[in-house]
Design a protein around this ligand. Structure first.
Ligand code: NDP
Length: 284
């Protein structure tokens, strides 16, 4: 079997085009607005922020960037966030992670108004996700579900195995799949006989952070494999958590790295920002 490739770049473009159409159709109404807060000079973060703003402008989302120096104190960052919480034209606030050492990221993320928390990291939104109530959900897991849906993968009733239990990917992905009536197993570094558990999966999600960790023998023939991992090999090559060449011989469908889940993450950030504007309008 040769797996069908789930093209995240193409699906993300479709999501952005849908958002662009939706924003354009709102003639005379408010435009969605996103504020991006970048603290320090981390080169990767600067690239992410640039990409996010470029995508915003493409779909018609107004965006602002706030840069604070590496030496910024926690009260300075909190004060900026509190100001942004009050600005009506800003519907989403994104604090680019990682924050410099010495800054308590949890305190900073919880300072973002839950109504503008388009990254879905605020504890209130995490609680809403657990309770299956409307709120903001972390963009990567949301992107995984959107990829599955737009690829017409049946989630209800499927055996879904998520490898990795981080707060931003693994746990929320498992909860979203559960709310869509999949039977979900959440695995981690202490899971016994991981290969046997993975082989039960109709949908296998790898969010581990270890290059090419999921091998062909861990995958059920015909399974849908979603690779969240982004790992740089010593030779500079970018690979996922799944051994793409081996696994694509047995899987029914698979996401590549790059060009799979990654582009979906930004697309869902834009989608959450538009959603935030709509929530805001509903509550007025
Ligand atoms: P974390 O490091 O926070 O979590 C990794 C998880 O993998 C942990 O739960 C850990 O288990 C589990 N794990 C580690 N080793 C094993 C093992 N040998 N067997 C089974 N489970 C194991 O990572 P993230 O969730 O933040 O990220 C995962 C990957 O996804 C990374 O490569 C990251 O770069 C990428 N990523 C990609 C995004 C995108 O947009 N495409 C967005 C976010 C992340 P335990 O809890 O027991 O330690």
């Amino acid at each position: 079997m040769t797996a069908k490739i789930i093209d995240g770049k193409k699906v993300a473009k479709e999501v952005r085009e849908d958002l662009q159409r939706e924003i354009q159709s709102r003639t005379g109404s408010e435009v969605p607005g996103l504020a991006v807060v970048l603290v320090g000079e981390d080169p990767a973060s600067q690239i992410y922020v640039r990409n996010k703003r470029k995508m915003c402008s493409e779909v018609g989302i107004y965006s602002e960037e706030y840069r604070l120096p590496q030496t910024a104190t926690e009260p300075e960052i909190m004060s900026l966030i509190e100001d942004l919480n009050q600005i009506p034209k800003i519907h989403g606030i994104l604090v680019q992670l990682p924050l410099p050492k010495g800054i308590n990221a949890r305190r900073v993320l919880d300072a973002v108004s839950p109504a503008k928390d388009v990254d879905g990291f605020h504890y209130l939104n995490v609680g809403k996700l657990v309770a299956n109530q409307p709120g903001f959900v972390s963009c990567t897991p949301l992107g995984i579900i959107e990829l599955l849906d737009r690829s017409k993968v049946q989630i209800e009733g499927a055996n879904a195995v998520v490898v990795g239990r981080s707060d931003i990917v693994g746990k929320p992905a498992a909860l979203l799949l559960l709310h869509r009536n999949a039977t979900v197993t959440l695995c981690h570094s202490r899971t016994r006989d991981l290969g046997a558990v993975c082989r039960e999966a109709d949908i296998l999600i790898a969010a581990i952070g270890k290059p090419q960790f999921i091998t062909q023998d861990m995958v059920k023939p015909g399974a849908v494999v979603i690779d969240v991992g982004i790992n740089r090999l010593p030779d500079g090559k970018l690979v996922g958590d799944v051994d793409f060449d081996g696994v694509s011989e047995v899987a029914g469908a698979i996401t590549p790295v790059p060009g799979g889940v990654g582009p979906m993450t930004i697309a869902m950030l834009l989608s959450n920002t538009v959603q935030s504007l709509k929530y805001n309008e509903e509550s007025i």
